[in-house]
Ligand binder design. Sequence first.
Ligand code: RBZ
Ligand code: NIO
Length: 368
Amino acid sequence: MQASLNHYCLSIPPVDRQAGQEAARYLDTLTKPKGSLGRLEAIAVQLATITGQVKPRVSPPGIIVFAADHGVAEEGVSAYPQEVTAQMVRNFLQGGAAINVFARQIGALLEVVDVGVAQPLEASGLVSRKVRYGTANFLKEPAMSQEEAVAAVEAGIERAEALIKRGIKSLIVGEMGIGNTTASSAMLAAFLCGEKIRGSAELDTEVIGQIQGVVGPGTGLEQERVNHKRSVIVRALALHRPDGNKPLDVLSKVGGLEIAGMAGAMLAAAKHRIPVIVDGFICTVAALLAVKLCPRVSDVLLAGHRSQEPGHQVALSLLDKEPLLDLGMRLGEGSGAAVAFPLVEAACRMIGEMATFQSAGVTDGEGA
Ligand SMILES: Cc1cc2ncn([C@H]3O[C@H](COP(=O)(O)O)[C@@H](O)[C@H]3O)c2cc1C
Ligand SMILES: O=C(O)c1cccnc1
C-alpha cells in the first residue's frame, strides 16, 4: 500500500467502548421498561462508542455521492447506457434525483464528486476530482493502476474531511456509475473466495458457483443478460486473479473509482469518529474495502437497509451487520441510507431527550 494511505489507516483510532457501557447504563435509567426500545437502544450504544458521547448527535448528516464510469459497461452488463452516469450527475446538481429528495427530507448537506466520469464535466456545484475518464474494461485489462486506485481513495478522504470540517455529525456515501454492480460483484467475489481465486489453478465449479451467486440484475437485467454478466465477471477474475487479502489489488484490477472514493470517505469518518450509515450493495462492497484497509472502520458502520440485489446479503454477512430497513429498494445513490437516517436520529433523540425515572418522578422497576 502507498505510504501516505497506509499512514492514514494506521492513524484511525479505536472506538470508545467505555462510553458505550456508560450509555447502556444510562439507557436503563430512562422512563421505559429496560430494553423496551429494542434496536434503537443498541444503536444509541453504538453511536456512543463511536462518538465517545453518552448523548451522541447525528444531525446534520452529510451525503457525498461519488460518480464514475466503468469500461466494462461496453460488455453490455447494465440495462442502461454509460451516458446515464453523466446525465444523472446533472440531475443530482439540479436537485431532481431520489437522493436529492431524501437529502432535503433529512436536512443533509449533499455533495456530488466526479472521481471518474467518462466525459468532461463542468457544472456549478460539482466537485471535480477526476482521477481518469472511466476505468478500463477489466475483461481485457486491469480497471486502473494502483496509483489511480489510491488517488481515488484519497479523494474520498479529502471530501469527507471537508464535510466533517463543515460540521456534519454523520455520513452517508452514495454512488452513481453505470456498470458498478458488475465491479462490485467482482470485488465481492474476490473478497469472498480469497485464496481460491488468487491461485493459478483453473477456477473449479464450486468457486464459479460462488462467484455467480453474488451477481444479480443491477438496474434490471433480464435473466439471460444476468448470465452474460456472470460470465464476464468469472472471466475477468480468472484473468486477473486478484488477491482478496490485498484490497488495493482487488480495487485496481476489478473495482471502480467511485467505490474507491466511498471507501476513502469511510476511512475519514472512522478517523474523525463520525458514524457512517451504509447504503446498498455497492456501498457495502466499498465498506468491505474500507474494512480490509483498516478493520477499525467496521465499528463506525451502521447498515441502513437491505437492497434487493442478491449479493447484498452476502456482503452484509461478511461485514457482520444487520440492516435497519428492508424495503425492496435497489437504487443506490445513498438512498436507502438516507431513508434509514430518521431511525438513527430517533435513537439519538431518545437517549438525548428522555427523562429519567428520577427526574420525572416515576417509580422504576427496582421496588416491584
Ligand atoms: C436512471 C438511473 C439512476 C440511478 N441511480 C442509481 N443507479 C444505480 O444503477 C447503477 C448500477 O447498476 P448497473 O450495474 O446495472 O448499471 C449505478 O449507477 C447505481 O448507482 C441508477 C441507475 C439508473 C439507470
Ligand atoms: O443496492 C444497490 O446499491 C444497487 C442495486 C442495484 C443497482 N444500483 C444500486
